[in-house]
Design a protein around this ligand. Structure first.
Ligand code: GLA
Length: 469
């Protein structure tokens, strides 16, 4: 194969940072030799972090910004290149292993299986190779390896995207592909739709491009990032509600339904737009801000719509609506059970949330963390009331965290369970943890005194994915 070595496309971490992974790397290497022969060839170690989104929820796929940071929870892969196209990957968390051959079209395994994230990354990179002329007919070489992670799954901290990114980084490095970080993030985002969730690109972008000490304001279509400074006087404390929101099943349907509701909002907006201009409006983020009031109050003239009602109002046939608004990029069609779509509330959340991200960037540059806390609180209200992605346990946890001194508290990630993120004055962190562990984990969840230790995470902003060894 004639791959070009990509210098510096995948950034290595600084020496002092790598030192903190020493114990985990040694453990992975030991596991590696228990599963695979000694053989020859070096063992490479790759890492991809999870993330916490500080503000900007469900805005990414609508073409509006987000503001996440990469965290100190991650996926590590120890692997050795193979001479053929086989990927043979054991997970220290899962019983089944991921084992398949890279081909032009990689078949998914059963819905909900973890190895679909591994396949998604391989498929995305194989498609990239197929689109690049000198390499068109090549197949990627695979690897044998061990994967380990410490991001609690289903907690809204992007464990699955970190898996996709870790495998993609490993394959890109092993095959010496020249891919810019932004392109890799885009490939991973598109690739992950392979599993059926219509996610935006936030999780993959921050996992690839995270920057130590900074949150990133990320814009989409096209992907752009802006490092936003954080202050060491304040801490972000992440608390897991322990309500698991899997990326498949009911939470996936609820997520996809939100994406459909937003698309239908765009359709309602386009009703009075001249035919030749309609194509410009693809997402809510394309609507000019001076039209927001008219859009939310006049163009969306009902609280709830059925698809038939939207078809009547917009004079667009049901068939076209299904084809253009209910069909996802992997070809699957959102199944309409005749329910009503709450378009005004959803669009109001997305539009106001996009504005809150812009405001947040400004206040963070000014070091005004009190104001940032207020924006986080407003964001949570909008997520809970308009986007309806909270649940009773999260509501309770938020109340407890606010009473314990959080300057701002909000759900993070897709929602329907998972984690919340709190902004705290550093001096108040110990008191905060004490109160939350007592009120939520002991009294509300009836767990042991020590349970909180595995559920409350403190993380500063970390670097994005890379090769550790
Ligand atoms: C999931 C998706 C992201 C984003 C968030 C909600 O994490 O993967 O793209 O849409 O939900 O903000």
């Amino acid at each position: 194969m004639t791959f070009v070595i990509a210098e510096k496309t995948i950034e290595s971490l600084g020496i002092e940072e790598i030192a903190q992974f020493k114990g985990r790397i040694e453990h992975l290497q030991k596991e590696f030799y228990q599963h695979f022969s000694k053989g020859t060839g070096e063992i490479m170690i790759f890492r991809a972090p999870g993330r916490v989104n500080l503000i900007g929820e469900h805005t990414d796929y609508n073409g509006l910004p987000v503001l996440p940071m990469a965290i100190n929870r991650d996926i590590l892969i120890a692997c050795r290149p193979r001479p053929d196209e086989v990927v043979d990957l054991y997970s220290l968390q899962e019983i089944q292993k991921a084992q398949f051959s890279i081909s032009k079209e990689i078949a998914p395994s059963a819905t909900g299986n973890w190895d679909n994230y591994v396949r998604a990354a391989a498929q995305a990179l194989q498609r990239y190779v197929a689109g690049s002329s000198p390499l068109r007919s090549s197949l990627l070489k695979g690897f044998e390896g061990i994967v380990d992670g410490n991001i609690p799954p289903g907690s809204g901290l992007s464990s699955s995207s970190a898996m996709v990114v870790a495998v993609a980084v490993a394959l890109a490095d092993i095959n010496q592909l020249k891919i810019e970080k932004k392109e890799l993030a885009d490939l991973c985002a598109k690739g992950e739709r392979y599993v059926g969730t219509q996610g935006g690109g936030m999780d993959q972008a921050i996992s690839v491009m995270g920057k130590k000490g900074y949150a990133l304001k990320i814009d989409f279509f096209p992907l752009r990032t802006e490092a936003t400074p954080l202050s060491s006087d304040y801490a972000f404390v992440i608390c897991n509600s322990t309500v698991v929101a899997e990326k498949s099943g009911a939470a996936q349907r609820a997520y996809n339904q939100r994406t459909v509701e937003c698309r239908l909002g765009v359709l309602l907006y386009k009703k009075d737009i001249r035919e030749e201009k309609k194509e410009f409006y693809q997402r809510l983020g394309d609507i000019p801000s001076q039209d927001y009031g008219h859009f939310l109050n006049d163009l969306i003239d009902q609280d709830k719509y059925t698809l038939e009602a939207i078809s009547r109002r917009t004079k667009v046939s049901m068939e076209t609506i299904k084809k253009e608004y209910l069909t996802f990029s992997n070809g699957s069609i959102f199944h309409d059970y005749g329910e009503s779509y709450q378009i005004r509330k959803r669009c109001r959340h997305v539009i106001t949330e996009g504005q809150r991200v812009e405001d947040s960037k400004r206040v963070l540059f000014n070091g005004d963390f009190q104001k940032f806390g207020q924006l986080m609180d407003e964001s949570f209200r909008s997520c809970a009331l308009d986007y309806e992605i909270s649940c009773p346990s999260i509501d309770r946890l938020i109340q407890i965290c606010k009473s314990a001194g959080a300057l701002g508290s909000r759900i993070t990630g897709a929602g329907f369970g998972g984690c919340i993120v709190n902004l705290l004055d550093k001096k108040r962190v110990a008191f905060f943890i004490e109160s939350v562990s007592r009120e939520y984990y002991q009294n509300y969840l009836k767990k042991s005194r020590e349970f909180w230790q595995s559920q409350i995470l403190l993380s500063s902003a970390c670097s994005g994915a890379g090769r550790l060894a």
